[in-house]
Design a protein around this ligand. Structure first.
Ligand SMILES: O=C(O)CCC(=O)C(=O)O
Length: 376
């Protein structure tokens, strides 16, 4: 058996944070941050600079009440029409909103994404930075000698890397791109922002500071194994969307996810919430089952999830990844029942878009989102 003798250096985790144009944000000079009470103060050298603002005192998050699973409510005057919200789960609160986007809007977003160019979504697949192929082969032939000399851990790491290269074994198998929704954006996308303000009843500042829209294409075998959209980390770890200081460690603070299905999928491609409304399995039990039953693998275990939503063009699903902190009204703890992902596409292709509405914690209420360029 011959291996091509190449050294493989793979960089991971590039796609989750952040959209490439975020790096165009003008870097400002900073003083060392200091804490006043429990808030980070003085993140800019000059407090009049725009990364630091007095938004905290008035800013309050709000969550729509799902009432109970199966409940249907109508919201009036969302872009001069009424929209239907069906509560699909209460823990986490998940709403299904049929016909939130028109077929024309779906096609338009797909075409903007194609024009912008999609790139492979790399998030979460494992690394291998060695040159084992080279070590194992001499003149193109695999010989037993290097095996005897090699560290078993190194071989296992390499095997894992090979496994993760194959589409069905990757954590995420898709392509994606990012579309701006701020002042310079396409009118359809800008208009969608206005609708989101009315839908979520969140302050304009929150919607304005949300991430750009991520558009994703999955082809056959495409999937995204189960994960949470917000990360669980210490309370004072900075949110990545406010990370002007470019701290090495930051956490994803996505208060709300709004996911839009942009096409009908021939077979597969559902969105699965592993333990939504599950009164018998706790998030800890789910974590502990990882090694045995691999519930997180949505290429094979889609149907054992508690809530499975089929993709329908124009439908949006919306859920809350975090609770509201009762003291400050800002971002609270992550709801660990939000473990979800995209099931394997069996036939056809699947297009979705994500709007992530990020929010500050009480420790970072004065720090503006790096995405807040205004859109009024
Ligand atoms: O494709 C789906 O249905 C889920 C996508 C998802 O979980 C994500 O993009 O974070």
């Amino acid at each position: 058996m011959g291996f091509p003798g190449i050294a493989i250096r793979l960089v991971i985790w590039s796609s989750l944070y952040y959209p490439h144009f975020a790096s165009n944000v003008k870097i400002k000079k900073f003083t060392k941050p200091c804490f006043v009470g429990d808030e980070i103060e003085n993140t800019c050298s000059d407090s009049s600079e725009s990364c630091h603002e007095k938004i905290g005192s008035g800013l309050q998050l709000v969550r729509l009440d799902g009432i109970k699973t199966g409940h249907v409510q109508w919201l009036n005057d969302i872009d001069s029409k009424s929209v239907k919200l069906i509560t699909r789960a209460m823990r986490p609160v998940v709403f299904e909103i049929p016909e939130f986007l028109s077929p024309e809007e779906c096609d338009h977003i797909i075409s903007l994404a194609k024009d912008s160019g999609l790139k492979t979504s790399n998030s979460g697949f494992s690394t291998y930075d060695g040159d084992l192929e080279e070590e194992l082969t001499q003149a193109g032939t695999l010989t037993p000698r290097p095996f005897n000399e090699l560290n078993i851990k190194k071989i296992l790491r390499y095997m894992n890397f090979l496994k993760n290269k194959s589409p069905r074994h990757r954590w995420r198998f898709s392509e994606h791109t990012w579309l701006r929704q701020d002042v310079t954006a396409d009118p359809v996308l800008k208009g969608l922002h206005e609708r989101i303000i009315k839908l979520t009843k969140l302050p304009r500042k929150i919607v304005q500071g949300g991430e750009p829209m991520q558009v994703v294409r999955y082809e056959k075998y495409g999937h995204y194994h189960a994960h949470m959209d917000s990360t669980i980390k210490g309370p004072t770890v900075p949110c990545c969307h406010q990370n002007y200081l470019r701290a090495h460690d930051c956490k994803v603070c996505r208060f709300v996810t709004i996911l839009y299905y942009l096409n009908d999928v021939e077979d597969g491609g559902q969105t699965a919430f592993l333990i939504a409304d599950n009164m018998t399995t706790t998030p800890d039990e789910l974590e502990n089952s990882k090694a045995d039953t691999d519930e997180f693998n949505l290429s094979v275990n889609c149907h054992s999830a508690n809530l499975v939503i089929p993709p329908t063009r124009g439908t949006a699903i919306m859920w809350y990844n975090n609770f509201i902190d009762p003291d400050s009204g800002l971002l609270g703890e992550v709801d660990r029942y939000t473990s979800h992902g995209g099931c394997e596409v069996i036939k056809g292709e699947k297009w979705i878009a994500n709007n992530w509405l990020t929010a500050p914690t009480k420790y970072s209420r004065h720090i503006k989102s790096i995405f807040d360029n205004g859109f009024d």
